[in-house]
Design a protein around this ligand. Structure first.
Ligand code: NDP
Ligand code: 8X3
Length: 250
């Protein structure tokens, strides 16, 4: 299969690329840091095609897809994984630039890739779009504001794609992970503050990028007649909390 992964230079995307190539698939690995992708290509060989792409530069995407070499042109699976959280401040203290970057990447980038790739899948009556959402798209938490809202968009967009694709063989999944350590996610969220980033994972067993890579591989290799609509996954240590009441003595 030909699998296009956005955000293949780190984290989940990189873990998935490694697994797919090991299983004989071809991967188009996209990200902004082409040096990281080239280093991965050195290891993974000719079945990994590094492609420089900024998903938030939405005007550039159709041409990048049109320019793919013949062997990689037909995309069987699109993994919309590129994304980021910026900041954990409450809304009244958050940076508007951070908010905009999250929307441009997590929402507009994902929409643009889907728009560029989906018509060919429908034409061939075959294909699979996997969107990487988050538990933050369903469960509000302090400081989650726009990040959670972008992932709520990703969830509902995924479900609405399922509705539009009725009668076709094209599949859509929204995977919604909870806390995953060992990727660059928290470091990006805390704008490079390694100490704050590390504290998020103190004192409990998290999931890892490799765990998510395994789950994504399983989805991609699952039988073509099964559609996993949504898949929420958390470390056992993470679970739901009740609603908060602000008491007067606080
Ligand atoms: P990482 O920060 O490790 O990886 C993010 C990837 O996205 C990088 O490859 C980065 O590449 C790429 N990326 C970011 N912005 C852009 C852009 N504008 N254009 C192209 N690529 C971009 O994070 P994770 O692997 O942990 O996260 C992957 C996805 O999973 C994200 O959508 C995240 O929201 C989601 N998620 C993460 C969780 C976690 O706890 N880690 C939990 C739930 C969901 P580059 O910088 O080279 O462009
Ligand atoms: C990231 C996971 O728990 O920080 O999407 O929202 S969490």
């Amino acid at each position: 299969m030909n699998v296009l992964i956005t955000g293949a230079s780190a984290g989940f995307g990189k873990a998935l690329a490694e697994r797919l190539v090991a299983n004989g698939h071809r991967v188009i690995g996209c990200a902004r840091r082409i040096d990281k992708l080239n280093a991965l290509a050195e290891i993974l060989g000719e079945n990994f095609l590094p492609v420089m792409m900024d998903v938030s530069d939405t005007d550039s995407i159709p041409q990048i897809i049109a320019d793919l070499p013949d062997d990689f042109k037909h995309i069987d699976v699109l993994v919309n994984n590129a994304g980021l959280a910026l900041g954990t401040e409450p809304a009244h203290k958050a940076s508007l630039d951070d908010w905009m970057q999250m929307v441009d990447t997590n929402v507009k980038g994902l929409m643009s890739l889907t728009h560029a790739v989906l018509p060919d899948m429908v034409e061939r009556d075959s294909g699979y779009i996997i969107n990487v959402g988050s538990i933050a798209g369903s469960w509000p938490y302090f400081g989650g504001n726009v990040y959670g809202a972008t992932k709520a968009f990703v969830k509902q967009f995924s479900l609405n794609l399922r509705a539009d694709l009725v009668g076709t063989q094209v599949r859509v999944t929204n995977i919604e992970p909870g806390v995953v350590a060992g990727t660059e996610f928290s470091n990006v969220r805390y704008h490079g503050d390694d100490d704050k980033a590390a504290k998020v994972y103190d004192g409990f067993k998290t999931m890892t990028g490799e765990d998510i890579g395994d789950i994504l591989l399983w989805l991609i290799e699952s039988p073509a007649h099964i559609n996993v609509n949504r898949l929420e996954v958390m470390p056992v240590a993470q679970t739901y909390n009740g609603l908060t009441v602000a008491k007067k003595d606080r």
